[in-house]
Every structure is written in structure tokens, then in C-alpha cells.
Design a protein around this ligand. Structure first.
Ligand code: R5P
Length: 291
């Protein structure tokens, strides 16, 4: 098995290659043509081999690079192409909210799987998105990676910032054997949210060390408001953990101003990367290789 690390996921790809028993690892050559078009070239002999491409699609350019890499791998005569998209961009538009909109997640699934034999991703916004793939598609969970990290950190109670994260918080709480609860969230617009404690608190939080767990930290609005609310109610320390750390604009600094620690997995390159999903992705790839 060969592993190719796209420019958005080079370090994670290398970690995955190590998890796969030091599978040959390569970084493609990329450049821009004078008109701005992208050029990619992969080295090494791939004929008859299984090839893993690792590339998060945070930006449209990342997505384009992934599509070009898939074609290059096919051209190089690979036996099977296993595409790993640790952060699957556009996954949050997983349905048509208003008439005239696309189901962007579905559109992306169709294109990403075009030259792939299987797709692996991590913590989709909604697991329903997997149903849009016609080829075998798998979702690794960010929970084991974050749990490995949180086991070593101070933690009394886990907090989901909204109802959408209840399942994640419950699973993490079971893994770590800690209590958990969910806040109530009302989104005002794409940057602002209003949060409150649930009407009946199932857990005593005063003086406790809380970790807020989310799938994505984007503008940071959710974490900042959640942290302020918890501190107003006497929580001793507040940390934030997420699978996908986008940290748009000054989000990381704004979060650091109100929380004690920020933890993220390495699905995206960011300043809070402290846990790796490489072992969890490698496990799925190994199962595929022997299938
Ligand atoms: C929402 O459904 C997600 O789980 C996250 O809570 C949200 O994407 C975080 O966004 P932001 O950091 O912009 O508040």
C-alpha cells in the first residue's frame, strides 16, 4: 500500500503511512500554471498497488487537488485508490434549507468518489451523508483520538454545546466514565449564537473542570459563548475539544482568551492539533486492504 499526502494533509498522511507499518509515503509535486491552473505530479511506481490519497477538502483548491490526484493515481495504474478525506468540506450543507439550494454534501460525494474505490472520512457533520456515496464509504470517529488525550487531562464533566452534539458527548462520557450534559443553543446568524443551561441540570458544575466537545470549531462563536456561560455558573476550568479545528480568522485567539486549553485532532492543520486520528483511519484502511 502506498500513501500520498495532498498539500492539505501532508503530516497526517505521513502519520497514517507509519500506522500502516511504514507504507511507502510520497508528497506530490504541485505548481501553478501562469493562468492559475493547478498542476500535480506523483512520483514512484504505483502499478498494481493499492494507493491511499489523503487530502482534507477545506478549500475549493484542496478539493480540486484531490480530484487531480485521483486521476493521476488511476493513470499510474494503481490497482485500487482509497481516498481519505479527513475533513470533508461542504458537509454542513447536507440538505436543502431553502428552495434553489444544492445539497452540497451530496454533490461533493459524487465527485470525490468518481475515481475512488473507497472513501474514508472522519466525523461528518451528519452520518447521513455517507448514504450519498455509491462506492464503499466509511466514517472514522474522532472520539477515540480525543479520548486518548483527555484521559491524561483534568476533566470532571463533558459538555455538548448543543443538541446536535448529544450523541458525541454521551459516547465520550461513556468512554471516559464521566458525567455529561448538553447546553441549549440558538443560532442568531452564521457568527453569533445564544446559549443557556438546560432547565434541569443533571450534573453539579460548580467548581468542576469542564470540557466542551464539538465536531467543528469554525468562527469560535459557540465555544466562546459556552465557556463564558459555564464560567458565569462557577465552573472552575473550561477546556474545548473538537475533531475539526477550522479556527477561522481570529477564532483561536478569541477562544484562548476564555478557555484554559483547546484540543483538536489533526484532520486539519491548526494550532490546537494535539490528538491524531491516524490510528483510527489506518484501522479502516487495513480492513479495506484485506477485504
Ligand atoms: C454546529 O452544528 C456544529 O456542531 C458546531 O457547533 C459549529 O459548526 C461551530 O461553529 P462556530 O465555531 O462558528 O460557532
Amino acid at each position: 500500500m502506498h500513501v500520498i499526502g495532498g498539500t492539505a494533509s501532508t503530516a497526517l498522511a505521513e502519520r497514517i503511512s507509519r500506522e500502516l507499518g511504514n507504507a511507502p509515503f510520497a508528497i506530490p509535486f504541485t505548481k501553478r500554471f501562469p493562468d492559475g491552473e493547478m498542476y500535480v505530479r506523483i512520483g514512484g511506481r504505483l502499478e498494481g498497488d493499492d494507493v491511499v490519497i489523503v487530502q482534507s477538502t477545506r478549500t475549493d483548491q484542496d478539493l480540486l487537488e484531490l480530484l487531480l490526484l485521483e486521476d493521476a493515481v488511476r493513470e499510474a495504474g494503481a490497482r485500487r485508490t482509497l481516498v481519505v478525506v479527513p475533513y470533508f468540506g461542504y458537509a454542513r450543507q447536507d440538505r436543502r434549507f431553502f428552495p434553489g439550494e444544492p445539497v452540497s454534501a451530496r454533490a461533493l460525494c459524487r465527485h470525490v468518489e468518481l475515481d475512488a474505490d473507497a472513501v474514508v472520512t472522519v466525523d461528518l457533520h451528519s452520518s447521513q451523508t455517507l448514504t450519498h456515496f455509491k462506492k464503499p464509504a466509511f466514517e472514522a470517529s474522532g472520539i477515540p483520538a480525543i479520548a486518548r488525550l483527555l484521559r491524561e487531562r483534568p476533566l470532571d464533566v463533558l459538555v455538548s454545546p448543543d443538541k446536535g452534539g448529544v450523541d458525541r458527548a454521551r459516547r465520550m462520557a461513556e468512554t471516559l466514565d464521566k458525567p455529561w450534559f448538553a447546553l441549549e443553543k440558538r443560532r442568531i446568524d452564521s457568527e453569533r449564537v445564544e446559549l443557556s443551561l438546560p432547565p434541569t441540570m443533571p450534573v453539579l458544575i460548580e467548581g468542576k473542570r469542564a470540557v466542551i466537545l464539538d465536531d467543528v470549531i469554525s468562527t469560535g462563536g459557540t465555544i466562546v459563548e459556552a465557556a463564558k456561560l459555564l464560567k458565569r455558573h462557577g465552573v472552575a476550568t473550561v477546556s474545548a475539544a473538537c475533531t475539526h479545528g477550522l479556527f477561522l480568522r481570529d477564532a483561536f485567539e478569541r477562544i484562548k482568551a476564555v478557555v484554559d486549553e483547546v484540543y483538536s485532532t489533526d484532520t486539519l492543520v491548526n494550532p490546537a492539533e494535539k490528538a491524531s486520528v491516524a490510528p483510527d483511519i489506518a484501522q479502516i484502511l487495513e480492513r479495506q486492504a484485506s477485504a
